[in-house]
Ligand binder design. Structure first.
Ligand code: FAD
Length: 598
């Protein structure tokens, strides 16, 4: 039994070997010629020799097979290495371009910087930063936190990417995708962490150098107010919504500045449609509910009108039978919308928006009164007034200083701080009339070199000031030691300095503080680099304007729309935000925008 089984196994193995050899000889084209060659040789030889040569052939084949088997993984590794190298080079290239575009090369070179030893970090200047917006965050990102003791105060614990905020009102992007937790930026692996307090700054005392803050959130503990001392205060609180004091605006209009505003607007659009659909709703009331008014023909107002139109055409008309009755009116007091742009762009956008049956533009029209369900407007040429019912009113008419900015201005004195736009600063962003207060972004204005209130300006100013502080760290420290050694003399010097500044606003060198002042003046001045102005105008079209020294280039249409998207994609601060926003864009283009409320 055993020998039978054994012989059966041997037979099977023999058949298997022969089959394998055949497959190998068929499959292997390279070996084929050798096989033929060996076959022809074997026929010339006698039968005894042919057996030997067959064995040799088989051995050769086996060796080649073995060699091939050994070579295959190496080849795979080589190919993988090549493609991996390509991907790595692509990512590396993108990273370098990204750093250049975002002026962020020093975030890499700083990794090799020598840090201030831990033992010397106790006596560093105290810096308090107000705000977590464009200016403040860009300042913080450039600051060497080993050289300063940094505290940030803001009523919101996140940074908001405002250029894509309008998309949040209709659900083109989800609002969480354009928010970044500020604590992520407080955490510094390479130096000291910055401290963050979620609070609103109520007041600043420029003489005692203290800020008073309070907790304006829903959850309050036993301590809801506190004071902090500063050596240097950075005011980056942005600006408030401009209402021109028109009665009823604050109570009835939706603004377009914060995350809550976008949720509020989206909810109201859908609520108006749902309420209009009630059985028995009078026709007049349906018309009122579906009359949407946007006040302000600047980039924010125009972009919102365009987004609303997209939302209507692509999503609402498909699901709400009444959506075709929606009427969008863009109201602007000036003769044209988008006045910061070139005339060619203005004409193009005005035509584009009005080509939609649902959209109208009222220029030379000023809103003079707002009530719960109607607005009163006045034609600026004829002075005629008329009343219009509305369901949704969106207010996007520009900026005015925040309460805290006005408080700082008043505490310094209206003889120095008297600009309607905000805190008057010099070329280095030092607030005129105050010692150790600096201001950037929408909260400040250099009357000699005024710039637009944009994220582009605020971010460049923040980066400049962060770098300036790093360069001035030594002088700031010496200055601080002097103050601590003789506080009374310092107070006197402060008063003297303020008086001198008031007398000579932009030439504020004081004898007491000369070394620091001189050090500041030696530093390069801030130079704003304008990268162009872009705006989305609806239906996958955008407009762009690039101003050179002698010429202006304008562009409009679909390609500009992709440029608009690419620019904002690269400007998003983190890879997380970039991934989320790309996903949102893809999601809304495939599945449409979400039309559920809440
Ligand atoms: C809808 C919209 C779209 C925009 N689109 C563009 C665009 O496409 N391109 C562009 O360049 N600009 C754009 N802007 C303008 C840009 O957002 C602002 O110019 C920029 O945000 C100003 O930066 P900032 O740092 O001065 O203030 P902000 O970014 O507004 O930040 C202010 C910070 O201060 C905080 N704060 C407020 N009060 C206090 C207080 N009392 N104490 C402490 N902290 C306080 C706020 O919570 C916030 O964190 C847009 C603005 C809006 C509203």
């Amino acid at each position: 039994m055993i020998s039978r089984a054994f012989s059966k196994v041997n037979k099977n193995q023999l058949i298997k070997t022969v089959t394998t050899n055949r497959i190998v000889s068929c499959n292997n084209r390279n070996n084929k010629s050798q096989l033929i060659q060996s076959f022809s040789t074997s026929t010339e030889n006698n039968n005894n020799n042919s057996n030997n040569s067959n064995e040799q052939n088989q051995q050769q084949q086996q060796q080649q097979q073995q060699h091939q088997k050994e070579q295959q993984p190496k080849k795979l590794i080589k190919e993988l290495g090549f493609f991996g190298g390509l991907v790595a080079a692509g990512l590396g290239g993108f990273w370098v371009i990204d750093m250049i575009v975002n002026d962020d090369f020093d975030s890499f070179t700083d990794k090799f910087r020598t840090r201030l030893p831990e033992s010397e970090r106790k006596k560093r200047p105290k810096i308090v930063i107000l705000g977590t917006g464009w200016g403040s965050l860009c300042f913080l990102r450039k600051l060497h936190t080993d050289l300063f003791d940094v505290t940030i105060i803001s009523p919101r614990n996140y940074f908001l990417f405002t250029p894509l905020l309008v998309g949040g009102t209709t659900g083109t992007v989800e609002v969480r995708s354009i928010m970044e937790p500020i604590r992520k930026y407080c955490k510094r692996a390479d130096a000291d962490d910055a401290t963050f307090y979620e609070a609103e700054c109520l007041s600043v005392d420029p003489v005692s150098k203290k800020v008073k803050c309070f907790d304006n959130s829903a959850v309050k503990g036993e301590v809801s107010e506190f004071e902090l001392e500063y050596d240097h205060l950075i005011v980056g609180v942005g600006a408030d919504n401009q209402t021109f004091g028109i009665p009823g605006v604050k109570e009835n209009a939706c603004f377009l500045k914060e995350i809550n505003d976008t949720r509020n607007i989206r909810d109201k659009i859908l609520d108006c449609l749902e309420t209009a659909s009630y059985p028995g709703q009078p026709e007049k009331e349906i018309d009122r509910l579906l009359n949407f008014v946007v006040v302000g023909g600047g980039p924010s107002g125009v972009e919102f009108t365009a987004e609303l139109n997209d939302f209507l055409q692509s999503d609402l008309l498909k699901t709400y039978p009444l959506a075709k009755r929606i009427n969008v009116t863009l109201v602007e007091a000036l003769p044209h919308i988008l006045t910061i742009f070139d005339k060619k762009i203005i004409d193009h956008v005005e035509k584009r928006l009005q080509s939609s049956n649902n959209t109208k533009i009222w220029t030379k029209t000023a809103v003079v009164g707002v009530r719960e369900k109607e607005i009163t407007v006045k034609n600026t040429s004829t002075k005629e007034e008329s009343v219009h019912p509305y369901g949704l009113l969106v207010w996007a008419t520009g900026n005015t200083p925040r309460k805290i900015t006005t408080q700082i201005m008043q505490s310094i004195g209206s003889d120095v701080q008297n600009n309607r736009r905000g805190l008057v600063v010099d070329d280095y962003f030092r607030v005129a009339g105050a010692d150790g207060i600096w201001s950037i972004g929408d909260a400040s204005i250099n009357p000699l070199k005024p710039l637009a209130q944009t994220a582009q300006v605020a971010s460049q100013q923040g980066r400049y000031l962060g770098r300036l502080f790093n360069q001035l760290a030594d002088e700031m420290n010496n200055d601080l030691i002097k103050k601590r050694e003789n506080p009374e003399a310092h107070k006197e010097q402060q008063k003297e300095k303020q008086q001198q500044e008031k007398a000579n606003l932009f030439n504020s060198i004081t004898g007491s503080n000369k070394s620091f002042e001189e050090a500041v003046k030696e530093k390069p001045l801030f130079r704003y680099k304008h990268m162009g102005t872009l705006a989305y105008v609806g239906d996958h079209q955008a407009v762009a304007e690039f101003k050179g020294d002698h010429s202006t280039t304008v562009s409009e249409g679909y390609i500009t729309y992709y440029l608009w998207r690419s620019v904002y994609f690269t400007k998003l601060l983190s890879f997380r935000n970039r991934a989320l926003v790309s996903f949102d864009w893809l999601k809304s283009s495939i599945f449409g925008r979400d039309i559920s409320r809440g």
